[in-house]
Design a protein around this ligand. Structure first.
Ligand code: ARG
Length: 467
């Protein structure tokens, strides 16, 4: 069949060939051929089920299964010829099957439509993609837990409004990232449950008159159940929406992490060293070492957010059941999968290789009056109401700003001008180590709590449900 002839798969009622441009415009094979493995798996399960219920002979079933396996090998070895005239992955494979095995190939589509076929393929594809994402996400989570343990006592400034707020430990910061990604893990796990429902057997929209055993085909394909309603099964793509929403949140987290890595690797912060292999240089400025990987991850977040909006808009006005609009679900979905996988892989490789510049982090925490709250709390313990303590410390900070000294660098006499209750023991409170050690509460930044939390994180990961 040449690429300009009427499509023989459905051409019976047509009197003229499809316009060449329209054929190319409506075809999806250029992008949906990526689902060839899922399409073949779905067809093999469908054929086996048809044979089991007696709709297909065993001989036809055997011919179909081995024909499809040969086609898979052809595709993988690059000898398969894809044709735009055959529209999509489904008809390309079916036409090739019929060319190879004759009439048995034409019987495969019994009790099935491309509508339930494509919905099945997309779900199988996405299930595989989520499983691949879990591998990279787990690698990243493990790297964060290990780094957090190593940096449990590393002091850095904690920020609010990007102004120095209170000292924290770097391990604590890394575990904040861990928590963000742990929720992404759980979101994807939950999403996967709704992905893993089988549309096959819904046929075009109403079900089919053949006595299909849908529970059996679901079992063969590893689906948890057949879809309960045929109209819904062929029409909704909310599982793809849900995945893309979870992916957009995950990317938002990676983007926030990226932003911090970019800031921290600047000369102004100089908190971390990103190994050279994750950076690139400038063609004009010889001194440059640019944090390209986190920058790119931050940038790629935009495209995933865009895909989410594209899919939401794709669905919003569709009447039941299948509409050709749904063909537009694939490119945003595929690109979301590629983007998330690539970004996670880069991060999983990069995080264990990050080196904290501990001295610089500590030095930075010494500037910015990070222990001002500790001084206020000290006065509260001596009976001063918190609001008054806040005022007293505010004045001490003003002296510090004017004289270019941190609170810990002032003399006892300096500090006593602001309150006679301040005594020699204040210096333990004003030390950064004392400040973080004091935050010894569940979820707090004290090094022993961070070590505990890192161990808990690792245990969670070891026990976390796998798809
Ligand atoms: N290529 C189509 C898609 O991606 C397959 C289903 C086509 N069904 C139809 N009735 N035209 O959605």
């Amino acid at each position: 069949m040449s690429d300009t002839q009427t499509n023989k798969t459905w051409g019976g009622r047509f009197t003229e060939s499809t316009d060449a441009f329209v054929a190319a415009f409506t075809a999806s094979v250029d992008f949906d051929r990526r689902m060839y493995r899922q399409d073949i798996a779905g067809s093999i399960a469908h054929a086996r089920m048809l044979a089991r219920v007696g709709v297909l002979s065993e001989a036809d079933c055997t011919a179909i299964v081995s024909g499809l396996e040969t086609i898979r090998a052809e595709i993988e070895s690059g000898t398969f010829e894809w044709s735009v005239a055959l529209e999509d992955v489904h008809m390309n494979i079916e036409a090739r099957l019929t060319a190879r095995i004759g009439d048995a190939g034409k019987r495969l589509h019994t009790g099935r439509s491309r509508n339930d076929q494509v919905a099945t393929d997309v779900r199988l594809y996405l299930r595989d993609a989520i499983d691949a994402i879990f591998i990279e996400l787990r690698r990243l989570l493990a790297g964060l837990a290990t780094q957090a343990e190593t940096e449990a006592a590393t002091i850095m400034p904690g920020f609010t409004h990007l102004q120095v707020a209170q000292p924290v430990t770097f391990g604590h910061h890394l575990l904040a990232w861990f928590e963000m990604l742990k929720r992404d893990y759980e979101r994807l796990l939950d999403c996967r449950k709704r992905v893993n429902i089988m549309p096959l057997g819904a046929a075009a929209l109403a079900g089919t008159s053949y006595p299909l055993d849908r529970v059996y085909s679901a079992q063969l394909l590893g689906f948890s159940a057949p879809a309960a309603n045929s109209l819904d099964a062929v029409s909704d793509r909310d599982f793809a929406l849900e995945f893309t929403a979870a992916a957009a949140i995950l990317m938002t987290h990676l983007s926030r992490m990226s932003e911090e890595l970019v800031l921290w690797s600047s000369a102004q912060f100089d908190f971390i060293d990103l190994p050279d292999r994750f950076c690139t240089g400038s063609s004009i400025m010889p001194q440059k070492k640019n944090p390209d990987v986190p920058e790119l991850v931050r940038g790629k977040t935009g495209r995933v957010n865009g895909h989410l909006i594209a899919l939401l808009t794709l669905m919003k006005s569709q009447p039941l059941a299948y509409n050709k609009d749904n063909q537009e679900d694939k490119e945003p979905l595929f690109d979301t999968v590629d983007t998330v996988l690539g970004c996670l892989r880069a991060f999983a490789d990069m995080v264990p290789a990050l080196r904290a510049k501990r001295g610089n982090m500590l030095e930075s925490a010494r500037r910015g009056f990070a222990t001002a709250t500790d001084l206020a709390d000290y006065l509260v313990r001596k009976g001063v109401p918190f609001r008054d303590a806040h005022e007293i410390v505010g004045k001490a900070v003003r002296l510090g700003v004017e004289s270019g000294r941190d609170l810990a660098e002032m003399t006892l006499a300096d500090l006593q001008q602001f309150s006679p209750l301040i005594e020699q023991d204040v210096f333990a409170v004003l030390s950064l180590q004392g400040s973080v050690a004091a935050r010894d509460v569940l979820g707090g930044t004290a090094p022993n709590r961070v070590r505990e939390a890192a161990a808990a994180a690792r245990n969670w990961l070891a026990a976390a449900e796998l798809p």
